[in-house]
Design a protein around this ligand. Structure first.
Ligand code: C5P
Length: 223
């Protein structure tokens, strides 16, 4: 066993509810939430700020932009900052969402993100969410969760979250297509660990999925 505090990993495709679930699980366990996607997003936003057509972005220029990104530990989470400031609206915006998968293919950037995530877990118990937390970053985590839901269910949740109302059929169709396209772009690094516990959230409430994961974590956490 590694000499590090307890880790839970939660991986899965886009909009499977990883981050909100991870945040609630972390809260229930008294651990910190680590959202690895927020680092990929912050680096993408920093690179957008530096200009140029995205087709011209080299890995070197992306790593250069990553120097503007820092991770500030809060009470319950780590906040990705650009030039020292949290920029949640910018990093969650459409421009970043459209380009982040391209940036996340870059091998040295992945190593950079993985180092930040592992550093966060040296001093605190963490619940880390992303795509490869259980396969690459913490392959020996005592609990690895693979969160899945049908694309149409994920698309509906995402629209509800964004607009606060039920989607129109054409909106649902467009959002489902967009999610499936991102799943495809991210497919190489989005794999379940062989020993992950699969949680299909299509037919259960968020409270149920959180309770299930917390129960598993408490069983596996050393006293
Ligand atoms: O989780 P979220 O959707 O915010 O992640 C944004 C993007 O960051 C993903 O679409 C993926 O390209 C990338 N990502 C990744 N590996 C992770 C977390 C996120 O490649 N561990």
């Amino acid at each position: 066993m590694p000499d590090r505090p307890f880790v839970v990993t939660i991986d899965g495709p886009a909009a499977s509810g990883k981050s909100s679930t991870a945040r609630m699980v972390a809260e229930a366990l008294g651990a910190r939430h680590v959202d690895s996607g927020s680092l990929y997003r912050a680096v993408t936003a920093a690179r957008i700020r530096e200009g140029d057509e995205p087709q011209l972005w080299t890995e070197e220029s992306v790593l250069h932009a990553a120097r503007r990104v820092s991770w500030q530990p809060g009470e319950t989470t780590f906040l990705a900052c650009i030039d020292g400031r949290p920029e949640e609206a910018e990093i969650r915006g459409d421009a970043v969402t459209a380009l982040v998968s391209q940036v996340a293919q870059m091998r040295h950037l992945r190593l950079w993100v993985n180092d930040r995530v592992r550093e966060a877990a040296t001093a605190h118990e963490v619940v880390a969410d992303g795509r490869d937390m259980g396969t690459v970053v913490f392959p020996d985590a005592p609990l690895k969760v693979w969160l899945v839901a049908l694309p149409s269910v994920r698309a509906r949740r995402r629209i509800l979250q964004r607009t606060g109302r039920e989607p129109m059929p054409e909106e649902l169709e467009a959002e489902t297509e967009e999610l499936e396209a991102r799943d495809l772009r991210d497919s190489e690094q989005t794999q379940p660990a062989p020993d992950a516990v699969w949680v299909d959230t299509s037919g259960i409430t968020q409270a149920e999925q959180v309770a299930r994961i917390v129960a598993l974590a408490l069983e596996r956490r050393p006293n």
